[in-house]
Design a protein around this ligand. Sequence first.
Ligand code: ADP
Length: 267
Amino acid sequence: RTPTSPPRHVTARVAPLGSRLVLALVEDRTRERRVEAIRRDFVANVSHELKTPVGAIRLLADAVQDASGDPEAVERFAGRMITESERLTRLVQQIIELSRLQSDDPLDEPVPVSLDDAVATAVDTTAIDAQARGISVVASGEKGLKVLGNREQVTVAISNLVANAVNYSPDRSSVLVATRAADDDMVEISVTDQGIGIPSGEIDRIFERFYRVDPARHRSTGGTGLGLSIVKHVAATHGGDIRVWSVEGQGSTFTLTLPRKNQEGSP
Ligand code: ADP
């Protein structure tokens, strides 16, 4: 227990002061316990997820030592070590991202964020992977829209959606990033791919932390299972939402809705 948390007997001691205060304290304790359970769960998941690539790297290092007389095998194992360590780096980055998101309130100081810039950054971030596989990523829709929120978080959320669209698409397909003003108050960013799609029974689960539809099949994509939970978190903290439409084997569209910075009064 941290030194700042109230001692357990507080509830009993203040009981005579009034039932509303007691209720508030009980609710507070319940919330505290729930947050603590989520945190414990998260730490357990993180440890498990970190052990997998670390264990793989260890085994591959052994294999490299054993194969020292066979340059081809050494090269193969070393290549897999690089892939695993890149996955580990991504995992650590996303864990840091998620815990930062959970600890600060972005709407304390919402600022106007250029959607054109956020989309351009997201497209740039995936450009190397997309080009290597002949996937065209095209941004279209209304220009000059602004979101009211946190620039870094908006960019990360869109980047995660575009990265997934590329990851789960076949070579030489296309990804479309479309922006539009949904109404006076909101903007919509839709990312559509022609990829593997998501089985309908799994759609509700993909936003859970560390959840992957088929970890074995997706292993080559180096996914962490955290990308969409970060998107969901950004949507929630901004008062927006995230929806998905998908047909297995045909493709998916993820639509992120965020509050719009009203253009009124601008030149
Ligand atoms: P990951 O790092 O594994 O991509 P995410 O949280 O971003 O983790 O996504 C969770 C899971 O949802 C993925 O592992 C994948 O199974 C599925 N998924 C996400 N985006 C797409 C997409 N565009 N097409 C098909 N499946 C997707």
